[in-house]
Design a protein around this ligand. Structure first.
Ligand SMILES: [Cu+2]
Length: 117
């Protein structure tokens, strides 16, 4: 009888903790829009490639008319600052994070924000 009650209690506790984990699960996808200094389609692929290499980044969409990049990511693995830093790391401004000067220098001429088109 004691064993039976014990296993009943165990099942009950498992059920309760299971329900709590379900409720406490954080959202799996977050979205952020970052203003960049991209100028052309090549910039778009450079930024996409760099971001998609980041752990947790799911989709990258750069709107060429506004130069804003929309990124969806898993907040468990990355965050807005890390994403901005990754964009700056390949030579583009990302919101208030300035482009890495070395990476900017090595960009294709047409991809530099100061380039005359
Ligand atoms: Cu470009």
């Amino acid at each position: 009888m004691k064993n039976f009650l014990f296993s009943l209690l165990t099942v009950f506790l498992l059920f309760v903790s299971g329900a709590q984990t379900l409720q406490a699960a954080p959202p799996k996808t977050a979205t952020i829009v970052i203003q960049t200094s991209a100028v052309c389609g090549m910039c778009e692929s450079t930024i996409s490639e760099a971001l998609l290499k980041q752990k947790g980044v799911k989709t990258v969409k750069l709107a060429m008319d506004t130069k804003a990049v929309t990124v969806t990511y898993n907040p468990k693995f990355t965050n807005p600052d890390a994403i901005r830093t990754a964009i700056a790391g390949v030579g583009y401004d990302a919101d208030s994070v300035p482009a890495n000067p070395k990476a900017y220098e090595s960009l294709h001429a047409c991809c530099k924000k100061d380039a005359k088109h």
